[in-house]
Design a protein around this ligand. Structure first.
Ligand code: GDP
Length: 340
């Protein structure tokens, strides 16, 4: 079947024991549910295929009994064939030894049945309310239990990563960003474009966001700081909300009247730009934030250095060039796959 991989979407599978937090994670990250409301969610009882308007393709599997590696009629390829990453959710507030045993046997099975390239991403979840020391203790313990078991079976370098997550703060989005970045082909090229754009335009930080989930799939190479990520991610909400109320379409005469010189050097370019574009100035540090739609899933959001207004026409032009470059990279990524 022409699955997600054929459309060039990275595919993620979320697994873990019942009540570990899978439905909550997918509701908060992909359906904008406020974290408190997950208390009333019904537990995942079946395979959920979450097909939505996101850059990535995402499935949730409840653990108990669903994957029987020994059953010859079970089509492993249908589940794992196109998967880029398997996210395994462990409830850090609960007794987790059984969860780890299941995870270990799943990893061993994947390693020995030809799916050893799948990234295993362990979300040590619900760490809100735990002290920093305790979180690190748990992470150390979980890591140890998994690595011991694998090296007992002769697997020393299985691709396993650990993340401390909670739906009550941005850690869950940060973890997804790290997971997804490993699956993006040509990531260094995306980063180089963003670096270049930051340097030329005087941006403090630039993120390429999946608009629906607000997971960033690439950023420039300066360190990620939580405040800039949160501001950019909240700004996407603002723009999406305003656009939903007032519509996405802008008549050509508005564009020429409101978005011409002195903001833009070349009016023709602007008329050709049908994508959402916006800029807001924060009063705290007087730093502008810029958002520019890239395609139907992605947006470029950047924090501009203070006092960059005078350079705004150049900035808009740089952003246009960067968006063109990003689209070209995605085009290159897609081509060989459609031919196959
Ligand atoms: P599932 O069976 O794996 O889909 O688990 P659910 O998503 O139904 O979650 C089970 C319970 O865990 C719910 O009451 C959630 O509110 C709670 N939960 C999920 N994520 C978190 C988290 O990050 N922190 C805390 N404290 N509770 C969470």
């Amino acid at each position: 079947a022409p699955g997600a991989a054929a459309r060039g979407k990275p595919r993620l599978l979320l697994m873990g024991q019942r009540r570990s937090g899978k439905s909550s994670i997918s509701s908060v990250v992909f359906h904008k549910m406020p974290p408190n409301e997950t208390l009333f969610l019904e537990s995942t009882a079946r395979i959920q295929k979450d097909s939505m308007h996101s850059f990535m393709d995402f499935q949730v599997w409840d653990f108990p009994g669903q994957v029987d590696f020994m059953d010859p009629s079970f089509d492993l390829d249908a589940i794992f064939g196109e998967i880029g990453a398997l996210i395994w959710v462990i409830d850090a507030q609960d007794e987790y030894v059984e969860a780890i045993n299941r995870l270990n046997s799943t990893i061993l099975n994947l390693q020995s049945s030809g799916y050893s390239a799948i990234n295993i991403e362990v979300f040590i979840h619900k760490v809100d309310g735990l002290s920093d020391d305790y979180k690190l203790d748990i992470q150390r313990d979980v890591t140890q239990r998994i690595q011991d078991e694998l090296s007992d079976h002769g697997f020393e370098n299985a691709p396993i990563n650990f993340h401390l997550t909670s739906i009550y703060n941005h850690s869950i989005f940060e973890a997804f960003s790290k997971v997804i970045q490993k699956l993006i082909p040509h990531l260094p090229y995306l980063e180089a474009l963003l670096n270049n754009c930051c340097q030329k335009s005087g941006f403090e930080k630039a993120y390429l966001f999946d608009v629906l989930s607000k997971i960033y799939i690439a950023t420039d190479s300066s360190p990620v700081d939580m405040p800039s990520y949160e501001i950019c991610s909240d700004y996407i909400d603002v723009i999406v909300d305003v656009s939903e109320i007032y519509g996405w379409n802008r008549p050509a005469e508005y564009i020429s009247f409101l978005e011409g010189a002195p903001w833009n050097k070349k009016l023709e370019d602007q008329v050709a730009c049908k994508d959402a574009e916006s800029c807001i100035v924060l009063t705290d540090g007087r730093r502008p934030i810029i958002l520019r739609e890239v395609n139907k899933y992605l947006a470029l959001v950047a924090v501009v250095r203070e006092g960059a207004y005078s350079k705004m026409p150049d900035i808009i032009e740089n952003v246009n060039v960067t968006v063109g470059g990003l689209l070209e990279i995605f085009e290159i990524t897609r081509r060989p796959k459609t031919r196959a």
